[in-house]
Design a protein around this ligand. Structure first.
Ligand SMILES: [Zn+2]
Length: 434
């Protein structure tokens, strides 16, 4: 399939941050074959006049838990401990693969609707998650965890079998070795993850330094911060993405930089669960690779990367009382190039360049909140909404366009399944509590 997008305001996010005010993008199969000023001689199957709309790389959500979509709104106004242990875990005890498949499909619908083309996501029930991404055509990096409740001697074998059954060689679905956190995974478990990462040449991901409680307990029990602990364990010897990184000190940031660890900032989730504010400016000053994540909708409550872009800049400006920090361009790069590097795909996605994967979005500039347009980059970060996205393309396939989803199921059937499933889960919990 060949697609030609023309009459577009093209933001490439390439090394020169080239912008073509009247630009074109040509797609052939899964790749971009041309980006630049107007040009003819491309016989496309689909020709799109963008009428001045923005065309830019798809947004990359570097930390999510997509099967949790049906938990949106089930635990409100509580801090992390109460939110997870008292409210979310009872559901997690009884969810099924079918629940998680439809929940993931709903996440995919929300993501492609809002301009997200790929995500690094972790949760249990990886078979249904993987199947949903394969059905939809959206790109995902899926964290495969090590089961900690099985005997240590069979853990690695169990992981290998599961990974082998998940990995069907689909280029749109790649894998991470996932450790949930240092407070749920013991030292042996972390080491098992690291040795699997080494054997398979896979990157690792983990929640780290999300709350003061986590850091305080680590210092009390081990005499070191969580970042120092993972360094000691050799965890950072393999490419790693940490999610949150809220409570870190100067030395922690230096360690993260030294090992080229990517940090996924989840500003919306951290604010809502009152976990704190990540030191985004300090990370940027040290040159740490930053990317953006939404976390799950149980804690955020949306997979809205435009809102994350707004928050990561404005919260930092307000917190430091310095309007100069974290520019719109910084933010756009976090949501595109930063995410691509975190996913170990910086040579494939995150920018519009010939030879790269055709993961891109078209953003309408027609709504009143876009006018007048004096500064396009500012408008994207501070004025735009996820609903301004009118087209989302992943690997050359259109997954969303002007109200229509092309993700393997109708939007109405996805919603219907999710509603039925969450109702059943709530009824079960209610019955067991009565
Ligand atoms: Zn998380």
């Amino acid at each position: 399939m060949k697609i030609r997008l023309y009459n577009a305001y093209v933001i490439t996010c390439n090394d020169n941050f080239d912008i073509y005010e009247n630009g074109e993008v040509w797609i052939e199969d899964d790749k971009i074959v041309y980006v630049g000023p107007p040009k003819i001689n491309f016989m496309a199957d689909k020709v799109v006049n963008c009428w001045g709309d923005i065309v830019m790389p798809g947004l990359i959500n570097a930390h999510s838990h997509v099967p949790m979509q049906i938990f949106r709104g089930v635990a409100e106004d509580c801090d992390f401990q109460n939110w997870w242990y008292d409210n979310i875990r009872p559901f997690e005890e009884i969810i099924t693969e079918d629940d998680m498949y439809w929940s993931t499909m709903l996440s995919i619908a929300e993501m492609v609707r809002g301009g997200t083309t790929s995500t690094l996501t972790t949760y249990f029930h990886q078979p249904s998650m993987t199947q949903a991404f394969e059905t939809s055509g959206m790109r995902a990096a899926i964290g495969v965890d090590v089961k900690y409740r099985v005997p240590a001697e069979v853990r690695k074998k169990e992981w290998e079998n599961r990974h082998a059954s998940l990995d069907k060689g689909n280029p749109l679905v790649t894998f991470f070795v996932s450790s949930h956190s240092i407070f749920t995974v013991d030292e042996q478990g972390l080491n098992d993850c690291t040795s699997i990462a080494k054997k398979y040449g896979l990157p690792q991901c983990i929640h780290l330094c999300e709350t003061l409680n986590e850091v305080g307990n680590c210092v009390k029990e081990r005499g070191v911060t969580p970042v120092e602990y993972l360094e000691q364990e050799g965890f950072f010897d393999y490419p790693t993405v940490i999610a949150h990184g809220v409570h870190v000190d100067k030395n922690d940031i230096e360690i993260l930089k030294k090992y080229d660890v990517s940090v996924a900032i989840n500003m919306g989730s951290n604010l809502k669960l009152a976990s704190g504010i990540a030191p985004v400016t300090s990370y940027l000053e040290k040159g740490v690779n930053l990317c953006l994540g939404t976390d799950s909708v149980a804690s955020n409550n949306a997979l809205n990367m435009f809102r994350e872009m707004y928050l990561v800049s404005t919260v930092q400006k307000g917190y430091l009382k310095d309007a100069k920090v974290v520019s719109a361009k910084d933010v756009i790069l976090m949501a595109t190039r930063g995410g691509a590097k975190a996913l170990q795909m910086e040579d494939k996605i995150g920018q519009l360049t010939a030879g790269y994967q055709a993961d891109l979005i078209r953003i309408s500039i027609k709504e009143p909140h876009w006018q007048p347009i004096n500064n396009v980059l500012s408008n994207i970060v501070y004025s735009a909404d996820a609903s301004d996205v009118v087209m989302t393309v992943v690997a050359g396939s259109v997954l969303y366009e002007k109200g229509n989803f092309y993700i393997g199921h109708s939007y109405s059937s996805i919603c219907e399944h999710c509603l039925q499933n969450i109702q059943r889960l709530k009824d079960t919990i209610k019955k067991s509590n009565s």
